[in-house]
Design a protein around this ligand. Structure first.
Ligand code: ADP
Ligand code: MG
Length: 736
């Protein structure tokens, strides 16, 4: 007799036999392991490689272009391409690709070989400037939100010289990857990278204006990002037996394991051999690509982990995070592991996020969010601090939209991640200082005295204090940077970073105007700054929250303060297209109104598609796996009860029949649930208005799926183990 659980049993045996995979860390001639710095970045075309491969004047002009963030001069392109080709061929590369980030959240690539006919029958390798700069992939099947009308369905990729070109190594060959933006024939953004680059341009201009007021000699300001990436790893054998994980990325059913994360014994616990071997190989691969991976540890949930790099300029960091996600997936396979980047792969177990550590840096090496040593430095710090507060205050809707998605809906506000309410946390010391500024009677005679009176002549060292951390805040100040903690684990960081940059740029513009209006009217500079900062502190007070963001009191308090609380993706995304948001995006040069509208639709459609896939996967699993198991168990019970009754009469069958009744009732509820889901699904599919359809998916389809899940999970708990075909949480999460 073949049992339903044969697959599970096989998987458990398979996993028990696994050993950590060993890979070849480079060694020197004496067989000693090489230092990371010996091979760091060997697969990137940057720094020293560039200097070696390019003529001196070309090299410096390219560097100039990259530093200034300006457009690449066409005349440079051929020589640069030649240098890149030389380097690539020396490294055994055969193909090149424009590597870009369509609005799928993933990366895309279409490879072309370097070879071309020189003359009949003779092949040579060639790579021209125009091939480096631009490419035209067949782009019609990437989401565009209807922007590429059919008569002009062309999309172009264009080299983003600000991010290093790199070589991807695969088992049988190497590919040159050229980081690129993806735009339409008319220059509209079709990807996630373009808005990010645009936001850097506008924020740079706004920040420099303000810095100049303080006499700064800086010529460029860039946002910096360190993205802490959370993820789950489970064994490939279990993964392959879960159709829901394969198609939806999360388990759609699954009963709670006897032991979950209650003991809190996983966080920062010792890393299992097999997992550590995986992490080491990921880091090794990423080091070769010049991705500065720094930290690795276990996370809160069983089988959950985190990795974080050293921070970099946000555009490079964004590319590196995409590369990290891809590398995690590729290396996992080599280790017979499956990577889950979904925000909530397992119900009842903490999900994953991606903390975006963000700050601003000038080209003189100053972090503008670092409190200074002198009163004047502190004034400048306060201006950038309140600019950040103004950004989250005024653009909280856009920031909420930036982190929206079907996966994050399971996390935000579920007492494991920040709530859907956007607020900022500053910590006790800074809060005290801002409170003093707010109260501050600006009566003292000169500004030095005023600064002293307000307690900001000397800002206390606001060092990173682990006791002063608020894990429940979506946007927390952590000493010299903000941590945008509500970002989804699977998402591209480009979008949330772009919206944040633009919002801070807008705030800096407003602060600049207010300051210069005052100084123009004869107010002394420091006094003007203080007054403007004070106004900003008062204006943004409602968005500052130091308490427990997970509590019900905060939900009520936030409502009293008039803050948005948008629990689900459709309502969050609607924030993109409010008149105020459209105006904001246009004013800051991030999106034209048409681009915002298109993006809104791409995001809504993605949300709908995600849930459509889940509906199909759930129906499939329930019909073809859960129901048959339940029927078999019902039959087993019925037969058994009948035989007992034949022999012993009714004496013992009363209780036993109750068990049968429960199972039979559950099966019937499951069937009803499926009928309801199908009915609602048909209703959803007939809706023409996309926003209304998305809202219906949130309000009606999701609850109908939950109802089914509840019954399925009950059945998982009662049906005989040998009849249950799907790997259980207790196996998936605890057997590695
Ligand atoms: P944790 O949040 O666990 O305390 P850290 O504070 O050490 O960890 O750093 C988290 C991330 O923040 C790292 O990726 C780090 O490089 C990054 N980070 C540190 N300083 C900055 C900065 N000025 N700008 C952006 N990211 C930063
Ligand atoms: Mg952190």
């Amino acid at each position: 007799m073949s049992s339903n659980s044969a697959g599970r049993t096989w998987a458990i045996q398979e996993v028990s036999r696994r050993t950590p995979r060993v890979f070849n860390w480079p060694v020197d001639k004496d067989g000693n392991a090489r230092k990371v710095s010996d091979f760091y970045g060997i697969n990137t075309f940057t720094g020293k490689t560039m200097r070696d491969k390019l003529p001196k004047n070309i090299y410096s002009r390219l560097q100039e272009t990259i530093k200034k963030g300006t457009k690449l001069d066409k005349s440079l392109a051929n020589e640069v391409a030649h240098g890149i080709k030389e380097w690539a061929l020396e490294n055994g590369v055969t193909h090149f690709t424009h590597w870009f980030q369509p609005q799928t959240g993933l990366t895309a690539e279409k490879h072309d070989a370097f070879i071309t006919y020189e003359y009949e029958g003779v092949v040579i390798e060639r790579f021209s400037g125009s091939q480096l700069i631009q490419s035209e992939p067949d782009a019609s099947s990437f989401p565009s939100g209807g922007m590429r009308a059919t008569f002009e369905a062309r999309g172009y990729t264009a080299w983003d010289a600000s991010s290093p070109i790199f070589i991807n190594e695969d088992a049988n060959g190497k590919t040159l990857c050229i980081p690129s933006v993806f735009i339409s024939y008319y220059g509209q953004a079709l990807d996630n990278k373009t808005p990010l680059l645009r936001s850097m341009v506008t924020l740079n201009a706004s920040a420099l204006k303000v810095l100049k007021l303080f006499g700064s000699k800086a010529e460029r300001v860039v946002p910096t990002l360190g993205a802490e990436q959370e993820y789950f790893l489970i064994d490939q054998a279990f993964y392959n037996l879960r159709p829901d994980l394969i198609s939806a990325g999360r388990t759609l059913i699954g009963a709670k394991p006897p032991k979950g994360q209650e003991l809190e014994d996983h966080y920062f616990g010792s890393i299992k051999d097999r997992i550590l071997a995986f992490m080491q190989e990921v880091e090794f691969e990423l080091y070769k690509l010049g991705v500065p991976m720094k930290t690795r540890h276990n996370e809160v949930a069983p089988s959950q982990y985190e990795t974080a790099p050293i921070f970099e300029e946000v555009n490079v960091a964004a590319d590196h995070n995409q590369m990290t996600m891809e590398m995690l997936r590729a290396v996992a396979k080599r280790h017979n592991l499956a990577l889950l980047l979904h925000e909530k792969p397992f119900a009842g177990i903490n999900g994953s996020g991606k903390h975006n550590n963000w700050a601003l840096s000038d080209d003189l090496g100053n972090n503008l969010l670092e409190p200074g040593k002198t009163p004047s430095e502190n004034l400048q710090f306060l201006v950038f601090l309140v600019a950040s507060l103004k950004a989250v205050h005024k653009r909280s809707g856009v920031m909420r939209a930036a982190i929206a998605g079907s996966g994050n809906d399971h996390r935000l506000g579920a007492n494991e991640a920040p709530p859907a309410i956007i607020s900022a946390f500053l910590g006790e010391q800074l809060t005290g200082i801002l409170d003093d500024i707010e109260k501050g009677e600006v009566t003292a005679q000169n500004s030095e005295e005023r600064l002293i009176a307000m307690g900001i002549s000397q800002l206390p060292d606001i060092t990173r204090d682990y006791t002063d951390r608020n894990r429940t805040s979506p946007f927390a100040f952590t000493g010299n940077k903000f941590e945008f903690r509500a970002v989804a684990s699977s998402a591209s960081v480009s979008v949330p970073m772009a919206y944040l940059n633009a919002a801070v740029g807008e705030a800096l513009d407003e602060l600049y105007d207010a300051i210069t209006a005052k100084t123009g009217g004869g107010t002394e500079f420091k006094k003007a700054i203080l007054e403007v900062v004070r106004d900003a502190v008062i204006e943004t007070k409602s968005v500052r929250f130091e308490g427990n963001g997970y509590s019900q009191e905060w939900v009520e308090e936030a409502a009293r303060r008039g803050l948005l609380n948008l629990a689900k993706t459709p309502e969050a995304l609607a924030q993109l297209v409010t008149p105020s948001a459209i105006e904001f995006f246009e004013k800051k040069g991030i999106f034209t109104p048409e681009e915002v509208e298109a993006r809104y639709h791409v995001n809504l459609e993605r949300y709908i598609k995600d849930i459509e896939i889940e509906v199909h996967a759930l129906k499939d699993i329930v019909r073809s796996m859960v129901m048959p198991a339940a029927f078999q168990y019902q039959e087993r019970l019925a037969t058994s009860i009948k035989s007992v009754r034949d022999i012993l009469g009714d004496k013992y069958t009363t209780e036993q029949t109750k068990e049968l009744t429960n199972v039979a009732a559950a099966i019937s509820r499951l069937q009803e649930g499926l009928v309801t889901l199908s009915h609602k699904y048909e209703q959803a599919e007939s809706m023409e208005d996309v926003p209304a359809q998305a809202a219906f998916f949130a309000s009606d389809i999701m609850p109908a799926m939950s109802d089914i899940r509840e019954v399925a999970d009950y059945l998982e708990e009662v049906v005989a183990d040998d009849l249950w075909p799907l790997p259980k949480y207790r196996e998936i999460l605890f057997i590695v």
